[in-house]
Ligand binder design. Structure first.
Ligand SMILES: [Zn+2]
Length: 145
């Protein structure tokens, strides 16, 4: 669904600010973003969006079910956002720089459901979080291996 239609379908007007915020998420398909990162990217090329507007927009889009909000235990309580329809198997948290990436893995996905089922459990949501060092941090610091 195009972002315009998506907004309309949940009763939100496609304002320039909402479109801008959604564009940031589409440009970062493989990442979870915190509110500050969204703000920093949203103001690139435009000064028409303020920090408070970005925060309010994130809250609206989350409430409307377009974004999913989660707090990963990455040593901070910062909320992270991603598009709800991007179904990732898990998150990759760099404990050096704090960047949060994501990955898909069909086998892990199936395995998780099988484990839940064999425990008599119906799975509707799960979150796998891997902690370690990202490639950038590993390249810049030899001791981070
Ligand atoms: Zn890193």
């Amino acid at each position: 669904m195009r972002v315009n239609d998506k907004l309309k379908s949940v009763g939100l007007k496609a304002t320039a600010q909402r479109l801008k915020v959604l564009q940031v998420f589409q440009d970062n398909e493989r990442r979870y973003l915190n509110a500050d990162e969204v703000y920093r990217q949203a103001i690139q090329g435009t000064k028409d969006i303020g920090r408070a507007t970005v925060y309010r927009t994130l809250a609206q889009l989350t409430e409307a079910g377009i974004l999913a909000r989660s707090v990963l235990d990455a040593g901070s309580a910062v909320a992270l956002y991603q598009l709800r329809n991007s179904s990732h198997s898990g998150a990759l948290v760099c404990t050096a720089c704090g960047q949060v990436g994501s990955f898909d893995d069909d086998i892990l996905e199936r395995r998780s459901r099988a484990v839940a089922e064999s425990n008599g459990f119906v799975l509707h949501r799960y979150q796998l979080t891997f902690y370690g060092y990202c490639a950038k941090c590993r390249a810049s610091q030899n001791r981070v291996k």
